[in-house]
Design a protein around this ligand. Sequence first.
Ligand code: FMN
Length: 223
Amino acid sequence: MNVSEAIAGRQSIRAFDSDREVTSEVITSILTTAGRAPSGSNIQPWHVYVVTGAAKNRISDACKARYLSGDEGESEYHYYPQAWRQPYIGRRRQTGFGLYGLLGIDKADTAAVQGYRVTNYEFFGAPMGLFFTIDRDMELGSWVDYGMFLQSIMLSARGAGLETCAQAAFCPYFDSVMPLLRAPDEQMLICGMSLGYPQRGAVINSYRTERLDAEAFTTFLRD
Ligand SMILES: Cc1cc2nc3c(=O)[nH]c(=O)nc-3n(C[C@H](O)[C@H](O)[C@H](O)COP(=O)(O)O)c2cc1C
Protein backbone atom coordinates (compact mmCIF):
# COMPACT_ATOMS: atom_id res chain seq x y z
CA MET A 1 0.00 0.00 0.00
CA ASN A 2 1.50 3.37 -0.94
CA VAL A 3 0.95 6.49 1.14
CA SER A 4 -1.83 7.92 -1.05
CA GLU A 5 -3.73 4.63 -1.00
CA ALA A 6 -3.37 4.36 2.75
CA ILE A 7 -4.78 7.87 3.24
CA ALA A 8 -7.49 7.81 0.58
CA GLY A 9 -8.65 4.30 1.46
CA ARG A 10 -9.00 4.95 5.18
CA GLN A 11 -12.54 5.29 6.38
CA SER A 12 -14.14 4.97 9.78
CA ILE A 13 -15.04 1.34 10.31
CA ARG A 14 -18.02 0.66 12.55
CA ALA A 15 -18.36 -3.12 12.37
CA PHE A 16 -15.38 -5.27 13.35
CA ASP A 17 -14.67 -8.97 13.36
CA SER A 18 -14.94 -9.59 17.11
CA ASP A 19 -13.42 -13.07 16.81
CA ARG A 20 -10.13 -11.86 15.38
CA GLU A 21 -7.82 -10.64 18.11
CA VAL A 22 -5.17 -7.98 17.68
CA THR A 23 -1.97 -9.23 19.28
CA SER A 24 0.12 -7.09 21.62
CA GLU A 25 3.00 -7.40 19.15
CA VAL A 26 0.89 -5.89 16.37
CA ILE A 27 -0.43 -2.98 18.43
CA THR A 28 3.04 -2.29 19.83
CA SER A 29 4.43 -2.17 16.31
CA ILE A 30 1.63 0.19 15.15
CA LEU A 31 2.20 2.51 18.11
CA THR A 32 5.97 2.43 17.61
CA THR A 33 5.53 3.51 13.98
CA ALA A 34 2.93 6.15 14.88
CA GLY A 35 5.25 7.45 17.59
CA ARG A 36 7.40 8.77 14.73
CA ALA A 37 4.72 11.44 14.21
CA PRO A 38 6.17 14.94 14.46
CA SER A 39 5.55 17.20 17.44
CA GLY A 40 6.81 20.67 18.25
CA SER A 41 10.32 20.35 19.76
CA ASN A 42 9.71 16.59 19.67
CA ILE A 43 7.91 16.69 23.02
CA GLN A 44 5.62 13.76 22.07
CA PRO A 45 2.70 14.82 24.27
CA TRP A 46 0.70 11.57 24.00
CA HIS A 47 -0.31 8.87 26.45
CA VAL A 48 -2.05 5.76 25.11
CA TYR A 49 -4.10 3.16 26.98
CA VAL A 50 -4.78 -0.14 25.20
CA VAL A 51 -7.77 -2.09 26.46
CA THR A 52 -8.86 -5.63 25.69
CA GLY A 53 -10.78 -8.35 27.53
CA ALA A 54 -12.17 -7.53 30.98
CA ALA A 55 -10.60 -4.05 31.01
CA LYS A 56 -12.42 -3.19 27.77
CA ASN A 57 -15.67 -4.74 29.01
CA ARG A 58 -15.63 -2.67 32.19
CA ILE A 59 -15.43 0.55 30.16
CA SER A 60 -18.06 -0.71 27.77
CA ASP A 61 -20.47 -1.60 30.58
CA ALA A 62 -19.98 1.69 32.42
CA CYS A 63 -20.50 3.87 29.33
CA LYS A 64 -23.39 1.83 28.00
CA ALA A 65 -25.20 2.00 31.34
CA ARG A 66 -24.81 5.76 31.47
CA TYR A 67 -25.80 6.30 27.86
CA LEU A 68 -28.88 4.06 28.07
CA SER A 69 -30.01 5.72 31.31
CA GLY A 70 -30.21 9.03 29.45
CA ASP A 71 -27.12 10.46 31.16
CA GLU A 72 -25.49 12.59 28.46
CA GLY A 73 -22.38 13.25 30.54
CA GLU A 74 -20.17 16.25 29.86
CA SER A 75 -16.84 16.35 28.05
CA GLU A 76 -13.89 18.14 29.56
CA TYR A 77 -13.30 20.04 26.35
CA HIS A 78 -15.52 21.27 23.55
CA TYR A 79 -14.94 19.16 20.48
CA TYR A 80 -17.39 21.21 18.42
CA PRO A 81 -18.27 24.91 18.25
CA GLN A 82 -20.76 26.07 20.88
CA ALA A 83 -22.88 27.69 18.19
CA TRP A 84 -23.16 25.69 15.01
CA ARG A 85 -23.23 27.62 11.73
CA GLN A 86 -22.86 27.04 8.03
CA PRO A 87 -21.00 25.52 6.31
CA TYR A 88 -20.13 23.20 9.21
CA ILE A 89 -23.64 22.31 10.33
CA GLY A 90 -24.51 21.42 6.73
CA ARG A 91 -21.54 19.10 6.43
CA ARG A 92 -22.35 17.53 9.76
CA ARG A 93 -25.95 16.89 8.75
CA GLN A 94 -24.95 15.47 5.41
CA THR A 95 -22.62 13.00 7.12
CA GLY A 96 -25.23 11.98 9.71
CA PHE A 97 -28.10 11.66 7.26
CA GLY A 98 -25.93 9.68 4.86
CA LEU A 99 -25.04 7.14 7.52
CA TYR A 100 -28.55 6.83 8.92
CA GLY A 101 -29.97 6.64 5.39
CA LEU A 102 -27.66 3.75 4.57
CA LEU A 103 -28.75 1.95 7.74
CA GLY A 104 -32.43 2.71 7.12
CA ILE A 105 -32.69 4.60 10.42
CA ASP A 106 -35.23 7.40 10.68
CA LYS A 107 -33.69 10.18 12.83
CA ALA A 108 -37.06 10.63 14.55
CA ASP A 109 -37.02 6.99 15.66
CA THR A 110 -35.25 7.51 18.98
CA ALA A 111 -35.08 3.80 19.81
CA ALA A 112 -33.37 3.03 16.49
CA VAL A 113 -30.97 5.97 16.86
CA GLN A 114 -30.11 4.89 20.40
CA GLY A 115 -29.70 1.28 19.26
CA TYR A 116 -27.14 2.44 16.72
CA ARG A 117 -25.35 4.98 18.93
CA VAL A 118 -24.85 2.55 21.77
CA THR A 119 -22.64 0.46 19.48
CA ASN A 120 -20.00 3.15 20.04
CA TYR A 121 -19.70 1.85 23.59
CA GLU A 122 -19.38 -1.72 22.36
CA PHE A 123 -16.34 -0.57 20.36
CA PHE A 124 -18.37 -1.57 17.29
CA GLY A 125 -17.45 -5.17 18.07
CA ALA A 126 -13.68 -4.48 17.90
CA PRO A 127 -11.45 -6.68 20.06
CA MET A 128 -9.28 -3.73 21.09
CA GLY A 129 -9.92 -0.19 22.27
CA LEU A 130 -7.42 2.64 22.51
CA PHE A 131 -7.73 5.72 24.68
CA PHE A 132 -5.69 8.87 24.22
CA THR A 133 -4.92 11.34 26.95
CA ILE A 134 -2.87 14.48 27.28
CA ASP A 135 -1.43 16.27 30.29
CA ARG A 136 -3.76 19.12 31.24
CA ASP A 137 -0.99 21.71 31.26
CA MET A 138 -0.14 21.13 27.58
CA GLU A 139 -1.17 23.93 25.26
CA LEU A 140 -2.96 24.03 21.91
CA GLY A 141 0.23 23.21 20.00
CA SER A 142 0.27 19.78 21.60
CA TRP A 143 -3.31 19.18 20.46
CA VAL A 144 -2.14 19.98 16.94
CA ASP A 145 0.63 17.39 17.38
CA TYR A 146 -1.87 14.89 18.73
CA GLY A 147 -3.95 14.92 15.55
CA MET A 148 -0.91 13.85 13.57
CA PHE A 149 -0.25 11.05 16.02
CA LEU A 150 -3.84 9.81 15.77
CA GLN A 151 -3.83 9.81 11.97
CA SER A 152 -0.47 8.01 12.03
CA ILE A 153 -2.02 5.25 14.14
CA MET A 154 -4.94 4.92 11.73
CA LEU A 155 -2.61 4.69 8.73
CA SER A 156 -0.10 2.41 10.38
CA ALA A 157 -3.00 0.13 11.37
CA ARG A 158 -4.03 -0.12 7.71
CA GLY A 159 -0.55 -1.32 6.84
CA ALA A 160 -1.22 -4.28 9.18
CA GLY A 161 -4.65 -5.00 7.63
CA LEU A 162 -6.46 -3.33 10.52
CA GLU A 163 -9.00 -0.52 10.52
CA THR A 164 -10.12 2.03 13.06
CA CYS A 165 -12.83 4.41 14.19
CA ALA A 166 -11.81 7.39 16.32
CA GLN A 167 -14.39 8.00 19.03
CA ALA A 168 -15.14 11.23 20.81
CA ALA A 169 -18.29 9.44 22.01
CA PHE A 170 -16.37 8.37 25.12
CA CYS A 171 -15.49 11.93 26.15
CA PRO A 172 -18.76 12.80 27.93
CA TYR A 173 -18.11 9.81 30.19
CA PHE A 174 -14.47 10.66 30.92
CA ASP A 175 -15.21 10.54 34.65
CA SER A 176 -16.06 6.84 34.30
CA VAL A 177 -13.40 6.03 31.69
CA MET A 178 -10.35 7.70 33.26
CA PRO A 179 -10.54 5.87 36.63
CA LEU A 180 -11.03 2.57 34.79
CA LEU A 181 -7.88 3.35 32.80
CA ARG A 182 -6.17 4.16 36.10
CA ALA A 183 -5.13 7.40 34.45
CA PRO A 184 -3.80 10.12 36.77
CA ASP A 185 -5.82 13.30 37.43
CA GLU A 186 -3.24 15.39 35.56
CA GLN A 187 -4.37 13.77 32.32
CA MET A 188 -7.38 14.58 30.21
CA LEU A 189 -9.19 12.27 27.79
CA ILE A 190 -8.91 13.33 24.15
CA CYS A 191 -10.80 10.45 22.55
CA GLY A 192 -11.11 6.71 22.23
CA MET A 193 -10.59 4.52 19.18
CA SER A 194 -11.82 1.11 18.12
CA LEU A 195 -9.26 -1.06 16.38
CA GLY A 196 -9.63 -4.41 14.67
CA TYR A 197 -10.15 -6.30 11.45
CA PRO A 198 -13.21 -5.08 9.56
CA GLN A 199 -16.27 -7.28 9.41
CA ARG A 200 -16.65 -8.36 5.81
CA GLY A 201 -19.94 -7.52 4.12
CA ALA A 202 -21.20 -5.22 6.90
CA VAL A 203 -23.37 -2.55 5.27
CA ILE A 204 -22.21 0.16 7.69
CA ASN A 205 -18.63 -0.29 6.54
CA SER A 206 -19.59 0.64 2.98
CA TYR A 207 -20.30 4.22 4.06
CA ARG A 208 -17.97 6.64 2.28
CA THR A 209 -18.04 10.26 3.33
CA GLU A 210 -17.50 13.07 0.85
CA ARG A 211 -14.70 15.61 0.79
CA LEU A 212 -14.24 19.06 -0.63
CA ASP A 213 -12.02 19.57 -3.64
CA ALA A 214 -8.67 21.05 -2.61
CA GLU A 215 -9.57 24.27 -4.48
CA ALA A 216 -12.51 24.78 -2.12
CA PHE A 217 -10.33 25.11 0.98
CA THR A 218 -7.10 26.43 -0.54
CA THR A 219 -6.08 29.94 -1.48
CA PHE A 220 -3.39 30.10 -4.12
CA LEU A 221 -1.45 33.37 -4.09
CA ARG A 222 0.62 33.92 -7.19
CA ASP A 223 1.37 37.59 -7.39
C1 FMN B 1 -11.33 12.69 16.85
C2 FMN B 1 -12.48 12.01 16.17
C3 FMN B 1 -13.55 11.55 16.92
C4 FMN B 1 -14.60 10.85 16.30
N1 FMN B 1 -15.61 10.36 17.09
C5 FMN B 1 -16.51 9.50 16.53
C6 FMN B 1 -17.45 8.80 17.36
O1 FMN B 1 -17.50 8.97 18.57
N2 FMN B 1 -18.27 7.91 16.77
C7 FMN B 1 -18.25 7.66 15.42
O2 FMN B 1 -19.03 6.82 14.94
N3 FMN B 1 -17.38 8.31 14.61
C8 FMN B 1 -16.51 9.21 15.13
N4 FMN B 1 -15.58 9.83 14.33
C9 FMN B 1 -15.53 9.53 12.89
C10 FMN B 1 -16.00 10.70 12.02
O3 FMN B 1 -17.39 10.77 12.01
C11 FMN B 1 -15.45 10.44 10.60
O4 FMN B 1 -14.04 10.52 10.65
C12 FMN B 1 -15.95 11.45 9.56
O5 FMN B 1 -17.35 11.35 9.40
C13 FMN B 1 -15.27 11.21 8.21
O6 FMN B 1 -15.51 9.89 7.77
P1 FMN B 1 -14.34 8.85 7.50
O7 FMN B 1 -13.54 8.69 8.77
O8 FMN B 1 -15.06 7.56 7.13
O9 FMN B 1 -13.50 9.39 6.39
C14 FMN B 1 -14.57 10.62 14.91
C15 FMN B 1 -13.50 11.10 14.14
C16 FMN B 1 -12.48 11.79 14.76
C17 FMN B 1 -11.33 12.28 13.92
